[in-house]
Design a protein around this ligand. Sequence first.
Ligand code: ZN
Length: 73
Amino acid sequence: MGDDHESALAEKPLEFLTSVANSGGSCDGQAIVPDGDRYRCWCSCGEWNIEAPTQAEGLRLARLHTSSAGARP
Ligand SMILES: [Zn+2]
């Protein structure tokens, strides 16, 4: 029984990531992380996932994504 509690704790970060990924189309957050000589960009809605040459470009595209997504019902 105690082992079950420990494994549940260990899986919490994964559950958190899954809950963000499954938040169902809302643009709650965007991530822009370096990946080699590029930046990998994605959104919590799961419908936006791109690569950008610079972090600034990734941020710009993220803002475009959230503004266009917010304007659509
Ligand atoms: Zn989004």
